[in-house]
Design a protein around this ligand. Sequence first.
Ligand SMILES: Nc1ncnc2c1ncn2[C@@H]1O[C@H](COP(=O)(O)OP(=O)(O)OP(=O)(O)O)[C@@H](O)[C@H]1O
Ligand SMILES: [Mg+2]
Length: 379
Amino acid sequence: MIRLENLTKHFEVPGKEPVIAANNVSMEVDEGEICIFLGPSGCGKTTALKMINKLIPKTSGKIYIAGKDTDDLDPITLRREIGYVIQQIGLFPNMTIEANICVVPDLLKMDKKKSRVKARELMEMVNLDPNIFLKRYPRELSGGQQQRIGVIRALAADPPVMLMDEPFGAIDPINRAVIQDEFLKLNSKLGKTVLFVSHDIDEAVKMGDKIAIFREGVLEQCDTPDEILSNPANQFIKDFVGTDRALKRLKLIKVSDAIMPFLMTVKSDDSLEKVAEEMRINNAHIAVMVGPRGRARGYITKGEIKGDQRGIVSEYIDPIPGTIHVNDNLHDAVSQMYAHASDWLAVVDDDGAYKGYITQHIIASLLGEAPRKQGDTIS
Ligand SMILES: Nc1ncnc2c1ncn2[C@@H]1O[C@H](COP(=O)(O)OP(=O)(O)OP(=O)(O)O)[C@@H](O)[C@H]1O
Ligand SMILES: [Mg+2]
């Protein structure tokens, strides 16, 4: 969808060496992908973005969008296909929010009524009440609210490509997480191809299908978040992603991908004799007791019933240490384990029904730092 070939930018500075803001950058972003441009301040992220919509002329190299060489397109035609969220938000202070959102559709002489309806829809999508905000001016909005408007203004003409330069930079961490989620949800419906500038590795890991990391105009690595975190290409990338990169990878893996495939459940009135036999046959170390609606009520371990095999399950049961939802990620799971001082958790679905369990050992082995053992144990 977007292909950069040896894209290069030299800024001429009178009396000095030129600044090389992009140095032979080659990369490709597929249709519908979100690619994050990441790197320290001054590494050339904004410059790369602005060359794509011709706000900055390139020195050399090629830019293709949907197979078309952008050298053959005039800037106006090109920008029709590209929504742009600028780094400083850049709402027009003397225009209402509605007029701001409709700037590009109006310039393109799109149907006015339709673009006003669309503006309302977009406001709803980012949780801003159109009845309250459409008639206000930018100064009457908080920084975070203005950034939301900046994003939906870029979406208003429904372009297939979005260039977003630190679109959530002015928002506090809590609201930033909310707006990141909103944007991911929105784009899963809209399917735009997005180039998104950030200098926050956590944001990049969360938002990106791909991450492109730059240093002084050079593209140092462009890969999936998991590849960047597990195989950083060089020391610079390693330092940039941080020493906690293993923990960051946990956010990329869902509980459902780490769940122990084997699941042995028992009922409160099952006899210990029967349970012991089943555990032996299945080589299980733990059996979870479920209630009538499939909820995990407690558990029993092999160790507890080895000697005395009389009685029923409910007499020997320990409470479940903690639960985690199948759709949560392993970062949440590890936090839960520490909160409950447990090395395993019961996994549940929306109805609270027991689906299996995960262990610290499995998580470590998924991160490639410990071999997966047969018959994973719970102590
Ligand atoms: N018009 C210009 N003339 C000369 N140098 C420029 C010009 N615009 C940008 N630069 C230089 O090009 C380099 C890349 O700048 P750019 O704005 O692309 O960085 P960035 O990665 O977006 O940084 P930030 O994270 O701070 O926004 C910097 O060294 C900057 O000083
Ligand atoms: Mg910038």
